[in-house]
Design a protein around this ligand. Structure first.
Ligand SMILES: NC(=O)c1ccc[n+]([C@@H]2O[C@H](COP(=O)([O-])OP(=O)(O)OC[C@H]3O[C@@H](n4cnc5c(N)ncnc54)[C@H](OP(=O)(O)O)[C@@H]3O)[C@@H](O)[C@H]2O)c1
Length: 441
């Protein structure tokens, strides 16, 4: 009887944001491949992916379907006729959201809530750098003199300090109640909103669709080092490293999310009683991959691909280069059975799961050292499979000790409190805004 029930509950629903390019698209492809290869025939993958507009959504659906058809043909080549079984096991669907427009985030949540289907995995991948450009002479000099470090922890992006998102409520039709209070609408940092806060609000609004076994997966970066984030500047509005800082914030929120000190805030975010079993949050990063995020000309991108492969051949563990290889950590965290993931984290501590690479171009999932946290929040403990050694390590990183570990936890609690305060403030502000006012889609 029990097995009949579990066989009926066989749809595994995932939502991936920012899927029209780079890592997001690759995560979708990798999820299809690994789901078909590892899950029982009774399970179906419902793959929801987000883009910012319908044109990109249609094009992405077309490309994902083409990828799926190719995978089916290859499977048929190995086992004749298997594609007829596999084809019914993947359903792909696009949804729309612009994370820098909170009303569209709310609309996506309402659309999904109205379907009343649980979400097994969400992957918060969409993101921007907010860079104004690159300091090319500095970039070339750093790459010529310090290749591995300069391409793993770049310091040659030109910042756009104070970059703010467009107003959320100003400009809505004047009949809308919400505009009454919009004159004093505070600024939101654009990078913070796209990379962290938009997803944070979405997590809260989608909370009714999560079960205790759901996974909320955040995409961070290897470059999220401690100096890139100032706790006094939550939205990175005064920062020269807003992108890296937003990723450091992501690390700190997720890695402290299961500590008792964060429990009251995680409970209100996820709308669950404090003592209830909540969906877990995970943080992954793709290493360094070549995508359109840096906004480079195609010729320079080609040159970057070649350079990154050289860096890998020189022994960098963090240069998978290809988005598909970079997607290995997110796909692992999305699909790994509990005894490979939550049990692992329960035993060795909560990790930042990265996509690492060997000189022979074999990708693997590896724990990443995080300043103030170490490899799992346990001082001196380096679980098997972690990336160690000097080649991939940030040179300014201090070994974690009692004091820095304690500070990480205290900072984490403060960040959780501030994020929750901001969420409540914005929820109230957006409450009376009509979703019909969104003209974009
Ligand atoms: N590339 C790397 O080496 C690297 C390293 C570490 C971490 N990451 C992380 O990987 C993730 C994906 O980046 P990528 O390298 O694949 O770059 P990408 O190709 O530029 O992809 C970014 C995706 O996010 C979407 N996006 C941007 N702003 C958005 C918004 N306001 N609302 C909704 N979607 C938005 C983009 O949509 P549009 O096409 O419409 O702009 C695109 O689909 C990011 O979180 C990034 O920080 C990348």
């Amino acid at each position: 009887m029990a097995s009949q029930v579990s066989e009926k509950k066989s749809t595994f629903t995932t939502l991936v944001t920012g899927a029209n390019s780079g890592l997001g698209f690759a995560i979708c492809c990798r999820l299809i491949d690994e789901f078909l290869a590892t899950r029982p025939q009774t399970q179906t993958l419902q793959l929801l992916f987000s883009t910012r507009d319908k044109r990109k959504g249609d094009a992405t659906l077309h490309r994902l379907n083409a990828y799926f058809q190719k995978a089916l043909r290859e499977a048929n080549g190995r086992t004749l006729g298997i594609s007829r079984l596999l084809e019914a096991r993947v359903k792909i669907e696009g949804v729309l959201v612009d994370l820098t427009e909170l009303l569209t985030v709310k609309r996506l949540a309402e659309q999904l809530l109205s379907r009343e289907e649980r979400l097994d995995v969400v992957i918060w991948n969409a993101g921007i750098t907010g860079y104004a450009g690159l300091n090319w002479p500095k970039a070339v000099w750093h790459m010529c003199t310090d290749l591995i470090h300069a391409t793993t922890y770049p310091t040659y992006a030109l910042p756009d300090i104070g970059l703010a998102a467009k107003w959320q409520l100003r400009g809505l039709r004047s009949t809308d109640q919400a505009t009454a209070g919009s004159a004093d609408e505070p600024k939101l940092g654009q990078v913070f909103l796209a990379n962290v806060f938009g997803h944070y609000m979405l997590t809260h609004w989608l909370a009714p669709l999560f079960t205790p076994s759901s996974r909320v997966i955040w995409i961070s970066s290897i470059s999220a080092t401690p100096p890139t984030f100032d706790i006094e500047d939550l939205q990175c509005l005064r920062s020269e490293t807003a992108y890296e800082g937003s990723k450091r914030l992501t690390d700190m929120l997720v890695l402290t999310s299961e500590l008792p000190s964060a429990a009251p805030y995680v409970s209100t975010l996820l709308d669950t009683p404090r003592e209830a079993v909540k969906p877990k949050m995970y943080v992954t990063h793709p290493g360094v991959i070549v995508t359109s995020i840096a906004g480079l000309h195609w010729f320079i991108s080609f040159f970057m691909v070649c350079t990154m492969h050289v860096v890998r051949l020189f022994g960098s563990p963090w240069h998978p280069v290809s988005p598909y290889k970079g997607a290995v950590s997110a796909a692992f965290v999305a699909l790994a059975p509990p005894d490979q993931l939550s049990d692992l984290e329960a035993r060795d501590g909560k990790g930042k799961w990265g996509s690492a690479i060997s000189v022979y171009n074999d990708e693997r999932v590896a724990r990443t050292e995080v300043g103030g946290w170490g490899f799992g929040g346990k001082i001196g403990k380096v679980p098997a499979g972690s990336v160690t050694g000097t080649k991939g390590r940030y040179r300014g990183l201090q070994d974690t000790n009692e004091v820095s570990r304690q500070q990480f936890e205290e900072d984490g609690r403060r960040l959780w409190r501030e994020m929750e305060e901001l969420r409540v403030e914005w929820e109230e502000r957006l409450e009376s805004a009509s979703l019909e006012n969104i003209g974009k889609f």
